[in-house]
Design a protein around this ligand. Structure first.
Ligand code: ATP
Ligand code: MG
Length: 180
């Protein structure tokens, strides 16, 4: 289920509406310290339903809204949209193009939209349930987590790799079968 683009509008350092397009293969995002690379991965976690402001390096969820800079006034809303190519129907929706959006206002009001239609957070979660992109998946590994993986014991590290490769599930099934 290819992610074709990510649109940030008023999210953290992205005051201007910015679209990042992902083509086939691997995309690398490079830039100087503080240029917003981590903000991009945080935007992806946020639109998929991240509920912890702290894990997005903020105190309150409203801290994701562009807070102003030397040259620009603060904004009063933030919006992030993910666009998926769903021609293979990996997301359970009868549409070739699926957009998932989240919006927050300065008042704290927060909403989710799937293909432009307002939905609940649980609808967004349900859509990603079997895609390997759920909230605690290893699809997104933060800077801190990299150190944790490098410093882990071999057995623990193997477990992380097995989980990422999707073999843990089969290993558990094998153990169950052997126990019978
Ligand atoms: P590094 O290479 O050090 O990891 P990075 O490219 O990952 O850097 P980020 O951490 O994504 O950089 O970006 C941090 C920048 O985003 C800081 O300059 C910070 O001021 C800015 N920023 C974060 N939240 C907001 C906000 N709500 N409004 C405006 N700017 C923000
Ligand atoms: Mg960073």
């Amino acid at each position: 289920m290819p992610l074709t683009s990510l649109i940030l509008d008023g999210f953290k350092s992205f005051a201007d509406k910015t679209e990042i397009q992902f083509t086939n293969g691997i995309t690398g995002i490079v830039g100087p310290n503080g240029s917003g690379k981590s903000n991009i991965t945080e935007a992806i976690r946020w639109v998929m339903g991240e509920g912890s402001a702290k894990s997005l390096r903020g105190r309150s969820m409203k801290d994701v809204i562009f807070a102003g800079s030397e040259f620009r006034k603060p904004l009063n809303r933030a919006e992030v949209t993910m666009v998926f190519d769903n021609r293979q129907r990996e997301l359970d929706l009868p549409a070739d193009r699926v957009t998932i959006a989240r919006r927050i206002l300065q008042s704290g009001d927060n909403e989710y939209l799937i293909n432009g239609k307002q939905v609940r957070l649980r609808d967004v979660r349900a859509l990603f349930m079997d895609s390997g992109l759920s909230q605690n998946s290893l699809a997104i590994i933060s800077q801190g987590r990299v150190d944790q993986i490098l410093n882990s014991q071999p057995k623990e590290r193997r477990g992380i790799i097995e989980e990422a490769a999707g073999v843990l599930h089969f290993k558990q099934q094998k153990q169950q079968a052997q126990a019978q």
